[in-house]
Design a protein. Structure first.
Length: 100
């Protein structure tokens, strides 16, 4: 039996990596992947607590978070492709949507 603290430490490490790469990286795709990594860390926490308390509600929350993440991925990738087609770059510093 693996203690819940190991899952929580893993989730904290994954979330920290996601936050660090979100703050450091300048590529839109990398930032997008960082957000997905943070969502997966939260999902791991939900599942760990749901297993510990023998409740199904944590897994239901994970299902809804995954649905929102899938919708975000579809819309986000479409926006990223549109930005790349118009600006020819994915660097956050060079993408300025308020200028032509």
């Amino acid at each position: 039996m693996v203690p819940i603290s190991w899952y929580l430490v893993l989730a904290a490490v994954l979330f920290s990596i996601g936050v660090a790469s979100f703050l450091i990286k300048r590529n839109i795709i990398t930032i997008f992947m960082s957000i997905e990594l943070m969502l997966n860390a939260v999902n791991l926490t939900f599942v760990a607590f749901a297993h510990m308390w023998h409740q199904i509600t944590g897994q239901i929350f994970v299902f809804f978070v995954m649905v929102v993440a899938a919708a975000e991925a579809a819309v986000g990738l479409a926006i990223i492709i549109a930005i790349f087609r118009t600006r020819q770059t994915l660097n956050v510093d060079q993408v300025n949507l308020l200028k032509n």
